[in-house]
Design a protein around this ligand. Structure first.
Ligand code: NAD
Length: 378
């Protein structure tokens, strides 16, 4: 077995760690920053408090970002960074503002638009990059420690990733208190994203031992704490455990990347508006059962390390957890009505991410998988 591991992001984890943001900004010597956040964080006062604490170093705010950010969102964010001649940015929010900010920071000092890089193949140029500090407010994507940005190009109707070693945030602040206001449905969806990261990195062809150890830890935490965080939003311990699961699962998939469930999630989100984590989870139990058949027994050993009898028991527990939290389990629940739509979903799911699955999957395998979860239509 041969593998690589690299993670150049300094992580600040713990309750009230957000208070250290001004000190971190000073340590790096940054002077003029833009805060990139979701509207929710602007409206609930969290953004204002951060701006106040930063003693004039945040000179502008950009919050016009939709969930699953678009390339247009990124270009507008880039304009704000350029207009203010920013030498750093702080991303505050879930994966959507973090990914928007990350992509914008990667091209901020240049003069091009993000589409040239996202789908146009233009490489990131180190002279155009400004640093970003990521402050995660959902326990989900792990975007605060990855060099990945997931963007939707509406003109091409494509949701896809861009990544580059130059796109790592400089620092990540994970303060569980910031996640207390996350509503139960978002807690459920983002928590299942954590589980997807932990599991997909195990069955990725880029699988490796450091990341697998992180996957075991994160998976155990999710099964122990996600439902509690969902039922008791104010439970700070449950929030802390899920924040820990999220960052550790972020390390788990940072190098092996994601695979089939994320491949399927993109069209489920793009065509039917299913929130990202819920979309990943729609197929996560299928992929768990499918990969349970691997000759090396990798997934069964992994499931046993997580306290299950085998991978099938783990898959059944995922199904149960989704149902308990009201997550969509069938295509009819999200509005799929025809077999033609299943063909479209299958086609759009067959991306390079699917090729990372340790047991190869054909077009027919994925189509049959969708048929098996189609639910209530002929
Ligand atoms: P999100 O950022 O879209 O946020 C979901 C909702 O929760 C939004 O309405 C937001 O305003 C709200 N919210 C966020 N924090 C809150 C808080 N503390 N209190 C109350 N409401 C809050 O959701 P997400 O799941 O975190 O991110 C999804 C995006 O991240 C998708 O585009 C997905 O593709 C991407 N993603 C990126 C990576 C990566 O490595 N870059 C990995 C996985 C997913």
């Amino acid at each position: 077995m041969s593998w690589e591991f690299s993670l150049p992001v300094k992580i600040y984890f713990g309750t009230d760690k957000i208070q250290e943001l001004p000190k971190i900004i000073n340590e790096y010597g940054y002077e003029k920053g833009v805060l990139v956040c979701s509207n929710t964080l602007k409206k609930n006062g969290v953004a204002d408090e951060i701006i106040k604490n930063c003693n004039g170093k945040i000179v502008a705010v950009f919050s016009d970002i939709r969930p699953n950010p678009t390339t247009d969102n990124v270009n507008e964010c880039v304009n704000v960074l350029r207009e203010n001649n920013a030498d750093f940015a702080v991303a505050l929010g879930g994966g959507s503002p973090m990914d928007c900010c990350k992509a914008a920071c990667a091209i901020a000092k240049g003069n091009d638009i993000i589409e040239s890089y996202h789908t146009g193949g233009k490489p990131i140029d180190s002279r155009e990059v400004i640093p970003m500090i990521a402050v995660a407010t959902t326990s989900g994507t792990g975007s605060e420690i990855t060099n990945i940005s997931v963007l939707t190009d509406l003109s091409k109707n494509v949701k896809s990733t861009m990544n580059d070693p130059l796109m790592y945030p400089k620092a990540a602040i994970v303060d569980p208190r910031l996640t207390l206001s996350v509503p139960p449905k978002v807690t459920a969806s983002t928590g299942l994203d954590v589980l997807s990261h932990a599991l997909e990195s195990v069955w990725s062809v880029l699988h490796q031992p450091i990341c697998e150890s992180c996957s075991v830890h994160a998976t155990k935490l999710v099964f122990e704490w996600l439902y509690k965080a969902y039922c008791e939003p104010d439970n700070l311990l449950a929030r802390e455990k899920m924040a820990e699961a999220s960052i550790v699962a972020g390390v788990a998939f940072s190098n092996p990347r994601t695979a089939g469930s994320h491949a399927c999630s993109f069209p489920l989100t793009n065509l039917y508006g299913v929130p990202h984590g819920e979309a990943c989870a729609m197929t996560l139990d299928f992929f768990t059962r499918y990969n349970a058949e691997a000759e090396d027994g990798r997934l069964s050993k992994f499931a046993q390390n997580c306290g299950f009898k085998d991978a099938y028991e783990m898959a059944d527990t995922i199904t149960e957890l989704k149902k308990k939290m009201g997550m969509a389990c069938t295509l009819s629940e999200i509005g799929v009505k025809t077999n033609e739509e299943i063909e479209t979903l299958t086609k759009m799911s067959m991306t390079p991410l699917m090729e990372r699955n340790m047991i190869p999957l054909s077009y027919d395998d994925i189509k049959n998988m969708y048929i098996s979860i189609k639910g209530d239509f002929k």
